[in-house]
Design a protein around this ligand. Structure first.
Ligand code: ADP
Ligand code: ZN
Length: 217
């Protein structure tokens, strides 16, 4: 399984990726997670990335491509299967990724484009809360923890809102998405590897569709 999950913020890429990772042996690579790890560590790269992320803008292509290149070089498991989530986000990144994957002889097999309506995106993102300790993701209405303010997975008590999940920042993230990321749908369509799926479906349903499509091909 060698996949890319493409779609606007709030399409549910991370949730579907978590299910696929659990059920298939694929390495899940999220540039958003990698960048937030760098910020947490206080690395120079993290310091550079922070202001872009907080404002809902894209981190420069060179920075994320380098990050991905390092990850691919150092993680041996990637040859057995991968799942990119939130990367690529520009045409430049898509081309850069193709070059890197060509070098290891493991090109992308399928891209799943999760089309999602704007009102749903806003509802999902403004209600999203994340456990500071284990990264589990909740939604204040759709998927609250069993006990308010306490993580089901690890009993952590710090369920926080991502700084870029505030309404003003979400609007900018959507504009950035439409301008920079949507054009790569055409890029993958021209390569004949694009599959459109409905981001409004539940993650379990999407995971089943993706698994079936991959096994059928
Ligand atoms: P979402 O898909 O919900 O926006 P992510 O965790 O994928 O969340 O990304 C959060 C932020 O991290 C983005 O708004 C952007 O600033 C930065 N980022 C993540 N991936 C990339 C990328 N491939 N290129 C540039 N910036 C990125
Ligand atoms: Zn937790």
């Amino acid at each position: 399984m060698r996949l890319v999950l493409l779609g606007p913020p709030g399409a549910g890429k991370g949730s579907v990726a978590a299910l696929l990772k659990k059920n298939f042996s694929v390495v899940h690579i999220s540039t958003g997670d990698l960048l937030r790890d760098e910020i947490k560590e206080g690395s120079p790269l993290g310091k550079e990335a922070k202001s872009y992320i907080d404002n809902g803008n894209l981190v420069p292509d060179e920075v994320v491509i380098k990050l991905i290149e390092n990850k691919i070089k150092t993680d041996d498991q990637i040859k057995n299967g991968y799942l990119f989530d939130g990367f690529p986000r520009t045409k430049n990144q898509a081309k850069g990724l193709d070059e890197i994957l060509e070098k290891i002889g493991k090109p992308i097999e399928a891209v799943f484009y999760m089309e999602t309506a704007a009102d749903l995106i806003l509802m999902r993102l403004t209600g999203r809360r994340i456990c500071r300790d284990c990264g589990a993701v909740y939604h204040i209405h759709r998927h609250p923890p069993k006990k308010e303010g306490v993580c089901d997975q690890c009993s952590g008590t710090d369920l926080y809102q991502r700084s870029d999940d505030k309404e003003e920042t979400i609007k900018n993230r959507l504009d950035v998405y439409l301008e920079n990321t949507l054009p790569i749908v055409d890029y993958y369509e021209a390569k004949g590897i694009l599959n459109k799926i409905d981001g409004g479906l539940e993650s379990e349903e999407l995971e089943a569709i993706i698994a079936k499509t991959c096994h059928a091909s």
